[in-house]
Design a protein around this ligand. Structure first.
Ligand SMILES: *Cc1c(COP(=O)(O)O)cnc(C)c1O
Length: 397
């Protein structure tokens, strides 16, 4: 155990650091979830989530992790045996695929290399071959948290439209919501899936679906068995600000606060801050002479590089988990592990949620020092390069 003489650095890509304002809000007394104060809270939260996801559609919340919100999206819109087209961006896309198999759907996953985003041309090709429209949904992870690669959702929508395919578009925005721009209505998303413990800066415990009109229509005839996840009774109760079952009241106090924090900073500013932190982190990695897992050669905003996290490859023969262990022990700093296919090969730096320049430099300093202590070959100067990136950019005040 490390001696915690100050605040732990939680630099994993979720759960993320919870702002004090949010913690204090959560610490309020639990209230009657059937009383008028609760209804006011819930209606305010639904509005705030509509603002953050840029929708005029419906929002459903669950006391759940993100996995529950994945399941909810599938069982509310699909019937057993329905085709679902997915794209193997990484570990989370694979987990969502596995879940769809267990639900009795017929998902297929287009193979990916875990270094690039979903390929809209490959999706269009597959949909064009589906003349009988057996594929009922296209399901894509927006920000693949295992790789730090962002997929171009408007391009996926355009691919579906280009071949005139009626499939619904479902987007896992679990680690993008609140850190990377996402526009539910404008991008033609039918179901957006997210949860509380990543960009929304809350502890784990709230899952959510944002639902467009086509998905609502699909829910009327979807044949999957569902009870807890059923949108219909939740939407009905939600219109008046209530839940069908006991909601996670104190987390909702926190959510009201975190939405207020985000809207006070301004969504565009929040996303720009994440982009800057991503760029500064990549500058550090380049200076160390290490490789970023995301293979996009471009570095400007709008590329596949994530503003929420950066996955870093270690040179062959070096164990990323050993490096993480050294950094945790010596600097009380938690970094994300490489997952499944890239286990031990990469470590992940979370730079999403409640985060600022000084915290980023602290985390990068701990990593640079840890690389030395763990004997990973690298060049010094990563922190210096990050400072140059943070202070040299045009949008720095
Ligand atoms: C964290 C995460 C999940 C899983 O969420 P849980 O809350 O652990 O169920 C799914 N997809 C993505 C992209 C994630 O980052």
């Amino acid at each position: 155990m490390s001696v915690a003489s100050s605040r732990h650095f939680l630099q994993i890509p979720g759960p993320t650091n919870v702002p004090d304002r949010v913690l204090h809000a959560i610490a309020n007394q639990t209230i009657d979830h059937r009383g008028p104060d609760f209804a006011e809270l819930a209606l305010e939260i639904f509005d705030g989530l509509r603002a953050v996801t840029r929708t005029s559609g419906e929002v459903v919340l669950y006391p759940s992790s993100g996995t529950g919100a994945w399941e909810a999206a599938l069982v509310n819109t699909l019937s057993p045996g329905d085709g679902v087209l997915m794209y193997e961006t990484g570990h989370f896309a694979q987990l969502w695929f596995d879940l769809a198999v267990e639900l009795g759907l017929r998902p297929e996953i287009l193979p990916g290399d875990w270094r690039t985003g979903a390929d809209p041309a490959a999706i269009a090709r597959r949909l064009r071959a589906d003349a009988e429209h057996r594929i009922k949904a296209v399901a894509v992870v927006h920000n693949e948290t295992s790789t730090g690669v962002v997929s171009d959702i408007p391009a996926v929508r355009a691919a579906i439209d280009e071949v005139d395919h009626p499939a619904l578009l479902m987007v896992d925005a679990i680690s993008s919501l609140g850190s990377i721009d996402l526009r539910h209505d404008e991008w033609g998303i039918d179901v957006t899936i997210s949860c509380s413990q990543k960009g929304l800066m809350l502890p784990p415990g709230i899952g959510l679906n944002v639902i467009g009109t086509r998905a609502l229509r699909a829910a009327e005839s979807a044949g999957s068995r569902r009870s807890y996840w059923d949108w219909r009774p939740l939407l009905e109760a939600g219109r008046k600000g209530y839940f069908r079952y006991t909601p996670p009241t104190n987390l909702l106090f926190g959510l009201r606060e975190s939405l207020a924090i985000m809207l006070e900073e301004g969504l565009d500013e929040v996303f720009a801050r994440h982009r800057r932190h991503g760029a500064a982190t990549r500058a550090a990695v380049r200076a160390w002479g290490l490789e970023v897992l995301c293979a996009d050669p471009a570095t400007a905003p709008g590329t596949e590089h994530s503003g929420a996290l950066t996955a870093v490859l270690l040179p062959p023969g070096h164990d990323a988990d050993r490096l993480r262990e050294v950094i945790l022990e010596r600097f009380d700093t938690s970094l994300g592990a490489g997952l499944s296919k890239v286990a031990k090969k990469v470590f992940r730096i979370g730079h999403l949620g409640a985060f600022n320049d000084a915290s980023l430099l602290g985390a990068l300093g701990a990593i640079e020092a840890g690389l030395g202590l763990a004997g990973v070959p690298h060049r010094p100067g990563g922190v210096t390069a990050a400072i140059a990136e943070l202070t040299g950019g045009a949008d720095v005040p």
